[in-house]
Design a protein around this ligand. Structure first.
Ligand SMILES: Nc1ncnc2c1ncn2[C@@H]1O[C@H](COP(=O)(O)OP(=O)(O)OP(=O)(O)O)[C@@H](O)[C@H]1O
Ligand SMILES: [Mg+2]
Length: 417
């Protein structure tokens, strides 16, 4: 019976067996399920003892059995969540509700007091407008935790926000989090620990391209190639998925944010105009393209003239923006080709009859699908709602965890057990 859920052994029992004494184990239950439910735990402990006697099974098996029932019971009430912890945006999917939080991964900190002033949308509004002692930070770089404490605070804020309107004894959530493919054990551990410290009861990790593919409802469990390219803010992930696993993948730290940096550098060097990050982002969305447009665009842009030091407005064209970001786009194309070259021949053959899928905010850049298709000579499609596909994928896995467990990464707890 305990083996049928697989969950208790990985958590409570794992803790129990790894040397903690009974009181630590009880603490664990209290912290997970709330004080009121501790009474229930005692009740189950008594049941477990009875089971031991009646069925003549050892105490470990009866404990597993009871915990399996307990976890299933609490699972019915907990607000399990899927999180896309992105470099640019954090999205939270709540089981049975859909996406409830979609905010920038930005935190404003008061350096004098060390306190957090704002998180998410509120912090974004402060970018570039704060006095010296307030810093606005992005705790993730290329999808990887670069500031552990701030990431933890940010996760805690979002998890609490989901639980805000709930009954306080509600069990803490099980959480599925997307991480870039090819993250190191240390990086995985950092995300897991941040989520546990932020209040998760169970943490499962999934590679972002896998989550994006599941979110787009690609048949990831079939023995056939599913190619997904996730172009986010901090990283581009290219993955070939078959039979619930990643067969070939590459990840590079060039994506939407790098395009913004390219635009800032181009304007500074070629047009003597200094602009900030927010302006670069809006120019990219207004005029940016990866492939020549049927009708090229142009528009005004305001910044500081580097010669006079005064404000100036210039007109810029989509061709210029394309030139500014062309090197970065080329790097992405090279990586996509390299991943396809690494794909086993049997799977390569499948690609001729299937599309390559694009997800992430970077896929919304005009002509991105066209230039990729032109380069790899295969049809390319943008998934529906590409900015939310990873979060929707995390949520879908959460809702079908028994069937989709194989698409998850091995977490440090499982490796330990
Ligand atoms: N219409 C658009 N045109 C071009 N770029 C866009 C558009 N909309 C959003 N983006 C870009 O998409 C990026 C954010 O995408 P997304 O939310 O998928 O990234 P993320 O998941 O936070 O980052 P990562 O996956 O790298 O950790 C930003 O760089 C943003 O500028
Ligand atoms: Mg992403």
């Amino acid at each position: 019976m305990p083996g049928s859920t697989g969950e208790p052994e990985r958590t409570a029992i794992g803790l129990y067996l790894s040397g903690s004494n009974l009181s630590e184990f009880a603490n664990y239950l209290v912290s997970c399920y709330g004080m009121g439910l501790f009474i229930l735990h005692n009740f189950f402990k008594a049941v477990s003892a009875k089971l031991c006697k009646k069925k003549k099974i050892d105490s470990y098996t009866s404990f597993c059995y009871v915990i399996a029932v307990l976890n299933k019971l609490f699972g019915l009430f907990s607000k399990d969540i899927g999180i896309d912890l992105g470099t640019a945006n954090t999205l939270v999917y709540v089981r049975g509700k859909g996406i409830v939080i979609n905010e920038p991964s930005i935190v404003a900190i008061n350096n004098k007091t060390g306190t957090i002033l704002a998180i998410g949308e509120e912090a974004r509004k402060m970018v570039g407008r704060t006095p010296g002692y307030i810093v606005v930070v992005r705790p993730l770089v290329a999808g990887v935790v670069s500031d552990f404490e701030v990431t933890e605070q940010m996760l805690k804020y979002f998890i609490d926000k989901v639980h805000q309107e709930s009954f306080s004894l509600l069990p803490r959530p099980r959480v599925v989090i997307g991480v870039p493919s090819g993250v190191t054990e240390v990086e995985k551990r950092a995300v897991e620990d941040a989520a546990y410290n932020a209040g998760a009861r169970e943490v499962y990790l999934i590679e972002e391209p896998m989550a994006a593919a599941v979110g787009a409802r690609l048949p990831v469990q079939e023995a056939a190639a599913n190619v997904i390219i996730d172009i986010g803010g901090g990283s581009t992930e290219v993955a070939v998925i078959s039979m619930g696993g990643v067969v070939a993948s590459r990840s590079l730290r060039i994506a939407g944010n790098k395009f913004n940096e390219d635009i800032i550098r181009y304007l500074r060097e070629e047009r003597n105009l200094l602009i900030g990050e927010a302006t670069a982002e809006s120019v990219k969305i207004r005029l940016g393209s990866a492939y020549p447009l049927g009708e090229e665009l142009s528009g005004e842009i305001r910044g500081r003239d580097l010669v006079t030091g005064l404000p100036r407005e210039i007109v810029i064209t989509s061709e210029e923006i394309r030139r500014a970001i062309s090197r970065s786009v080329r790097s992405i194309l090279t990586e996509i080709k390299a991943t396809i070259e690494e794909t086993p021949p049997e799977l390569i053959a499948d690609l001729l009859s299937r599309s390559v899928y694009l997800s992430g905010g970077g896929s919304l850049l005009r002509g991105m699908d066209e230039i990729i298709s032109h380069e790899i000579k295969l049809p390319v499609k943008i998934v529906d709602d590409p900015l939310t596909s990873v979060a929707r994928g995390c949520g879908f896995v959460l809702e079908h965890i028994d069937k989709l467990k194989e698409v998850l990464l091995v977490t440090s707890k499982e490796a330990y057990l």
